[in-house]
Design a protein. Structure first.
Length: 574
C-alpha cells in the first residue's frame, strides 16, 4: 500500500494504481470520458484533471501513478474551471441535437455537461454536421457525435480481440473508424455491438427498426409474431429501474401483448428445439468420427469471427440455425400452417440482446422455402423505448403467460443466454438420452462462471467427451489458437460477448461514469436471474418440453430428419 493525501485527507491506496482509481475508491467521483480500466488508459479526454502538489500543470488523474506522499486536490477552483472548459470544448464541435438523440437522457457527455455546469457561451466552434452512416443492418455510425474518447477502439481491440477501429486523419478532422473509413459491414467487424455499449454518446448506436415494427403492427393485413430471447427477461427490467437480474418474463409477455403483437412467443422454445437438433448432431458426429469438435452456432458474432479469421473451421460449426432463426422458420411453416396463415402475411420480429442478430436475420442463408425466417430484430433497448412510447411501465403490468405452443420452454433453454448455458443444456439432454453414467445430473458448475475459457469432461456412450466454453471473442480466439495447435475437444460453445447474451451489445446501457463499460459483475448478476429461473422450473431438460415433442410428432418427424434439416439447419461457407 501507498500513503497519499486526497484533499488533505490521508488515505492508503494500492501500489501501482492511478490517481483516478485511488480517488474513486475513496469516494471522490472524478469524472472521465475516455478511461477504461486496463483497456483504455491514454488520458486523452482530459476531463479527469486534478491538481498535484509540486506539479505546475493540471494532471489527468487516469494516467498519473500514485507515489508515497502524493498530495492530490480534486475540487479546487482551477480544477473545476478546467473541467468545465474541457467539456465546453467538446461540446463546441459536438452535434447537440440532444432532444432527438437516441441517447437523450442516457448520455455520458450530457450528464457530464450538467455536472460541470458547462455553458454554450462563447465556445461555438465548428459543429460536425455529417449525416449518420446507415449502410449495414446492425450498427449506425454518427461522426457528428463522436468525442474521440476511443473507447470503441479499445473495446474492439483489447477486449474483443478484433480491432476494426483506429484513429484516421489529424486534429479536428480525426475520426475513429475502420481503415479507409470503410463501413463496418465491409470490414472484419463481427457486429457484436460491444463498441455500442462502450460509446458514451450516440456516435455508435444499433440500427433501429422501431418505426418498421410499429408499421407492421399497425397493418391489419399482417400477422405479427414476436419472439423474445432468453436474455431479455433478466435485463429489460433495468430500463424500468428494477434491480439488475430481476426476472420479468410474465410482465414482458403482458407488455408485448399490449403493444399489439398478434402472437407473443419466446425464443426459449426454439432453444429447446436447438438442443434436440444439436444434441443429435453431436451424437451423430461422435458416431461417425467427425468433424469434431462440434462448435455451437447460436452466436452470430462468433460465426462472423470464424468466417473472417478461422475459415478452416467452418465445417466444425453446427449446421443448426440459431434458436432465433429456427423459431422464425418454424413460425412461418408449422405455426402458419396450423393457423391457416399465408407465411407471406406473417411478420416475425425478434427481440434480442444483440446487434449481431440484426446481421444474422439479414444473412442470405436465413431463408426457408424462399421466405425470410426473421423479418426484424430489435434490441432490448429498442423494445424498452417502444414500451415507453405507449406509456407502459413494465413493472406495473400484471403477470401473463406467453402464447402456446411456441412460448413454452424448459429451464435449460433459459440458460442459453449465459456463458456455458448452451453446453449445459445440451449435456443435460445428451446424458439423459444416452443413459450415460451421469444421466440424472442437471447442473454443471464447471461450465458456469466468469472464467474466459472453461473446460469439462463427461462420459457419453462410453466415451470421454471433452468440452470447452469460451465467451468474448478474445477468449474465443485463445481457444481457437489452441485447436490450431492440435488440442482436441469434442464439443465447444462460443459466445461472442463476455458473459454470453446477458452481456450482448443490444442490452441496457448503464450510463454510470464509474462503470463506462458493462462490467462482468453486472453481466453475472443478470445471469443469476437465469439460474434462478432454471432452478424454479419442474421441466429442466429440453427434450421434456411437451411443445417440442408435439412439433416433432405433428410436423418434423424426428431430430435431423429431412424436414428438420430443410427448416432448421443451414450451411455456412467460408
Ligand atoms: Fe442469445 Fe440465443 S441465447 S444467441 O445469446 O442461442 O441474442 O438471449 O436469443 O438465437 O435462444 C441472443 C440470448 C438468443 C439465439 C437463444
Amino acid at each position: 500500500l501507498v500513503n497519499i493525501f486526497i484533499n488533505d485527507e490521508p488515505v492508503k491506496v494500492d501500489k501501482g494504481t492511478n490517481v483516478l482509481e485511488a480517488c474513486r475508491e475513496n469516494g471522490y467521483e472524478i469524472p472521465s470520458l475516455c478511461y477504461l480500466k486496463d483497456l483504455n488508459t491514454a488520458g486523452s479526454c482530459r476531463v479527469c484533471v486534478v491538481e498535484i502538489e509540486g506539479s505546475r500543470n493540471l494532471q489527468a488523474a487516469c494516467v498519473y501513478p500514485v507515489t508515497e506522499g502524493l498530495r492530490v486536490h480534486t475540487n479546487t477552483p482551477r480544477v473545476r474551471r478546467a473541467r468545465r472548459r474541457v467539456v465546453e470544448l467538446l461540446l463546441s464541435e459536438h452535434n447537440r441535437e440532444c432532444t432527438t438523440c437516441a441517447r437523450n437522457l442516457n448520455c455520458e457527455l450530457q450528464t457530464l455537461a450538467n455536472k460541470v455546469g458547462a455553458r454554450d457561451g462563447k465556445l461555438t466552434g465548428q459543429h460536425r454536421h455529417v449525416p449518420p452512416v446507415v449502410k449495414n443492418p446492425f450498427i449506425v455510425r454518427d461522426y457528428s457525435k463522436c468525442i474521440k474518447c476511443r473507447r470503441c477502439e479499445a473495446i474492439c481491440k483489447n477486449k474483443q480481440g478484433i480491432g476494426v477501429y483506429s484513429p484516421l486523419y489529424r486534429g479536428y478532422d480525426t475520426v475513429i473508424a475502420p481503415a479507409f473509413q470503410r463501413d463496418l459491414g465491409d470490414v472484419a467487424c463481427i457486429a457484436c455491438g460491444q463498441c455500442v455499449l462502450a460509446c458514451p454518446t450516440a456516435s455508435l448506436t444499433e440500427r433501429s427498426y422501431i418505426d418498421e415494427v410499429w408499421k407492421v403492427i399497425e397493418d391489419p393485413s399482417k400477422h405479427v409474431v414476436v419472439q423474445t430471447a432468453p436474455a431479455i427477461q433478466v435485463s429489460i427490467g433495468e430500463e424500468f429501474n428494477l434491480p439488475v437480474g430481476t426476472v420479468v418474463s410474465e410482465k414482458l409477455a403482458a407488455g408485448l401483448r399490449r403493444m399489439g403483437f398478434d402472437s407473443v412467443f419466446s425464443t426459449d422454445f426454439a432453444a429447446d428445439l436447438t438442443i434436440m437438433e444439436e444434441g443429435h448432431e453431436l451424437l451423430e458426429r461422435l458416431d461417425k468420427g467427425g468433424p469434431l469438435p462440434l462448435i455451437s452456432s447460436c452466436s452470430p458474432g462468433w460465426i462472423k469471427l470464424c468466417e473472417h479469421f478461422y475459415p478452416e473451421y467452418i465445417d466444425n460449426i453446427s449446421t443448426c440455425k440459431s434458436p432465433m432463426e429456427m423459431f422464425g422458420a418454424l413460425a412461418k411453416t408449422y405455426y402458419a400452417e396450423q393457423q391457416g396463415i399465408d407465411p407471406k402475411d406473417m411478420v416475425v420480429v425478434g427481440v434480442m440482446p444483440c446487434t449481431a442478430k440484426k446481421f444474422e436475420a439479414a444473412r442470405p442463408e436465413m431463408e426457408t422455402y424462399g421466405i425470410r425466417d426473421v423479418d426484424y430484430v430489435i434490441t432490448t433497448r429498442e423494445l424498452a423505448k417502444m414500451l415507453k412510447q405507449i406509456d407502459i411501465d413494465l413493472k406495473k403490468l400484471p403477470d401473463e403467460n406467453f402464447d402456446q405452443p411456441l412460448g413454452l420452454s424448459s429451464g435449460a433453454a433459459n440458460l442459453f443466454a449465459t456463458s456455458g448455458g448452451v453446453m449445459e443444456a445440451a449435456i443435460r439432454t445428451a446424458l439423459a438420452l444416452t443413459e450415460g453414467k451421469e444421466m440424472g445430473r442437471l447442473e454443471f458448475k464447471e461450465l458456469r462462471g466468469t472464467e474466459g475459457v472453461k473446460e469439462a469432461e463427461v462420459e457419453l456412450k462410453g466415451k470421454t467427451v471433452r468440452l470447452a466454453v469460451a465467451h468474448g471473442t478474445r477468449n474465443a480466439r485463445k481457444l481457437m489458437e489452441r485447436l490450431k495447435k492440435g488440442e482436441k475437444f469434442d464439443f465447444i460453445e462460443i459466445m461472442a460477448c463476455a458473459g454470453g447474451c446477458v452481456g450482448g451489445g443490444g442490452q441496457p446501457i448503464t450510463n454510470d461514469p464509474e462503470k463506462p463499460e458493462l462490467t462482468m459483475e453486472h453481466r453475472s448478476n443478470r445471469a443469476k436471474g437465469l439460474f434462478a429461473l432454471d432452478l424454479g422450473k419442474k421441466m429442466r431438460r429440453s427434450h421434456e418440453n411437451p411443445a417440442v415433442i408435439q412439433v416433432y410428432k405433428d410436423y418434423l418427424g424426428k431430430p435431423m430428419s429431412k424436414k428438420a434439416k430443410e427448416i432448421l439447419h443451414t450451411k455456412y461457407t467460408a
